[in-house]
Design a protein around this ligand. Structure first.
Ligand SMILES: C=C(C[SeH])C(=O)N1CCC[C@H]1C(=O)O
Ligand SMILES: [Zn+2]
Length: 599
């Protein structure tokens, strides 16, 4: 038979798959060693293993593209060949590949070791982003202290990597062009296998924007009341440092100063976790129990042995939470500098969702051990956390008092708190890659990196920096995903599809009836212990990326598209309340750009 027949193609894939798994395991071990203990030795080892892996990938690719896979019959074989025929950054000449790997590693190092001095004690200059600055940005109600931390962190992080980032863009685009893409943004978007993907995202944003403008107007009023006109205007942009988060990407930490109905129980588990002596391990065990209650898979023993669930002392590491697949079907880990807070309990579920996906698709060939798309991977844990966060569930697991109120005002407070997390995030989740796509396309050049960043922050989020910014600054570089080269539109996708998943699972669990949505409000649904819901979830997760994501979406929800109706249904009572409240106080919906105001 002629060489490269479909039968020989299948045989080739089987052998190649074993090699891919072996190299991926080696690479993950070396990357983990560096990310969990940043030393020169671990960096050198990581670069060496990455270079070996790239060499192997390039050799394999030369063989792979000889197979006439487009003529083959078996769709799963064709799909594997299609994915393996795009080489990625390994296409670069070895010296450029190493340079790119070194630059991204160095940018992560700068970000991870950044330290600033305490606002109240100029001698104390060992405040890290995690945990100190994260906790202070959440807790401080002193605009001057918040401004100090906001400016100083950017000075120690983003401003220091502007040059490296410019080189990173050039090398990443060079790799994309060698892979026959016009630029890196096109290579990043290929995984969504959707021609009009950007149009779909823009359409979703336009549907969701009115909801964002309502919560923005309400929060602006409450902050204006608290801090006064000299700090927060009534109808303009919200200063970025007052929103409880270093990047203003979620606003849950200012719930307590903007509560719609003060005095009603907050659905914050933090005090009860502390009271019950929770530690990081117990937080992750609680999460694992939710997954097993759905008939999904428990963590293997290696997970508890190899994971890092608390910040180690005495060494530098990348604290940004992450979940790892070591591609041997046994070794899966989470690295998280966990604090005993409600937010970190939600993040623990987010990371456990990644590991559950790894466990559900570990039988697949290596190229299919991925999310149906990257947004799906980010949505798994968050979908579970939508059930876990409900007052009903927190009471059930003893993380809220059994007798805590469930009256309409407490329910609205809860929904508002969820809105500060989920609605506030949407424009940020979108603009991160709007900025990066323009950078890869060359529309945004180094001369206007920062100016374009703040234009997008103003246009989509309606926020402004607490102090004037210039091109001496590089604010995007103070966000982990920008310096770690992690695409971000996946989180916007996740924040939309997780509500479609939640609605489908709640229906399956008999906790939501689309024909009578007021009887069982979607935001009160808790799928805990529903094996029907868990089996439905598992049937989608076990597909990995072996089929295009609309097929996975259809298995889960019966729909083939992303749509905002899940999120809109979940927040329907909040939107009604916000519109009435903003009308009552005569808020201007939207914002007047600051320069226009100064005119
Ligand atoms: C928790 C993770 C690790 Se995949 C994360 O990066 N997230 C989760 C939500 C958005 C995004 C962020 O922190 O910026
Ligand atoms: Zn994630």
């Amino acid at each position: 038979s002629n060489k490269y027949s479909e039968a020989e193609g299948k045989e080739y894939l089987a052998k190649l798959n074993q090699e891919l798994l072996r190299y991926s395991n080696m690479a993950a071990i070396a990357e983990w060693a560096y990310a969990s203990n940043i030393t020169e030795e671990n960096l050198q080892n990581k670069l060496k293993v990455a270079a070996e892996t790239a060499r192997f990938q390039k050799e394999a690719w030369k063989e792979t593209i000889k197979y006439p896979w487009k003529e083959y019959k078996d769709p799963v074989v064709k799909r594997q060949f299609k994915k393996l025929s795009v080489l990625g950054s390994a296409v670069l000449p070895e010296d450029k590949y190493e340079k790119l790997d070194k630059i991204v590693s160095e940018m992560q190092n700068v970000y991870s070791v950044a330290k600033i001095c305490d606002f109240n004690n100029k001698e104390k200059c060992d405040l890290n982003l995690e945990p100190e600055l994260t906790l202070l940005m959440a807790k401080s109600r002193n605009p001057e202290e918040l401004k100090h931390m906001w400016v100083q962190f950017r000075q120690q992080a983003g401003d220091k990597v502007r040059k490296e980032f410019t080189e990173y863009v050039a090398l990443t685009n060079e790799a994309a062009k060698l892979n026959n893409f016009s630029d890196a943004s096109e290579e990043w978007l290929k995984d969504y296998e959707t021609e009009d993907f950007r149009d779909q995202i823009q359409a979703l944003w336009l549907q969701l924007k009115p909801l964002y403008e309502q919560i923005h107007a309400y929060v602006r009023r409450r902050l204006n009341e608290k801090y006064g006109d000299s700090v927060v205007s009534k109808d303009g942009l919200i200063p970025a440092h007052l929103l409880g988060n270093m990047w203003s990407q979620n606003w849950g930490n200012i719930y307590e100063i903007t509560t719609p109905y003060p005095g009603k129980v907050a659905s914050d588990a933090t005090p009860y976790m502390v009271e019950k002596g929770y530690d990081a391990h117990k937080m992750f065990k609680l999460s694992e129990e939710f997954f097993t209650s759905l008939n999904l898979t428990a963590m293997p023993d290696t997970f508890w042995k190899n994971s890092i669930l608390e910040k180690p002392v005495g060494r530098n590491l990348v604290c940004h939470a992450s979940a790892w697949d070591f591609y041997d079907g046994k070794d899966f880990r989470i690295k998280q500098c966990t604090r005993i807070t409600h937010r970190d309990l939600v993040t623990a579920h987010h990371e456990m969702g990644h590991v559950q996906y790894y466990l559900q698709y570990k039988h697949l060939p290596k190229v299919h051990r991925r999310g149906a798309n990257s947004g799906f991977h980010e949505a798994v844990g968050d979908t579970i956390a939508l059930s876990v966060s409900t007052p009903k569930h927190l009471r059930r697991v003893g993380l809220l008092p059994a007798d805590s109120k469930d009256d309409p005002e407490s329910q609205l407070n809860y929904l508002y708190n969820m809105g500060l997390e989920k609605i506030a995030f949407l424009p940020f989740g979108y603009l991160m890659d709007l900025w990066r796509w323009d950078v890869f396309k060359g529309k945004t050049t180094p001369e206007n990196y920062n100016c374009e960043w703040w234009k997008l922050r103003q246009q989509y989020q309606g926020i402004e920096p607490p102090v004037d910014r210039s091109e001496a600054n590089f604010d995007p570089g103070s966000k982990y995903h920008i310096i770690a080269s992690v695409p971000y539109i996946r989180y916007f996708v996740s924040f939309v599809v997780q509500f479609q998943f939640h609605r489908a699972l709640c229906e399956k669990a008999g906790q939501f009836d689309p024909k009578d949505p007021d009887r069982l409000p979607l935001h009160e649904c808790d799928i805990y212990q529903s094996k029907e819901a868990g089996n439905l979830f598992g049937s989608m997760l076990s597909m990995g990326s072996s089929r295009p994501w609309p097929d996975a979406m259809e298995v889960m929800t019966g729909q083939r598209k992303m749509d905002a109706t899940g999120l809109m249904e979940y927040f329907r009572p909040l939107l009604k309340w916000l519109e009435a409240e903003n009308k009552k106080t005569g808020e201007k919906i939207g914002w007047t750009p600051s320069d226009a105001r100064h005119v």
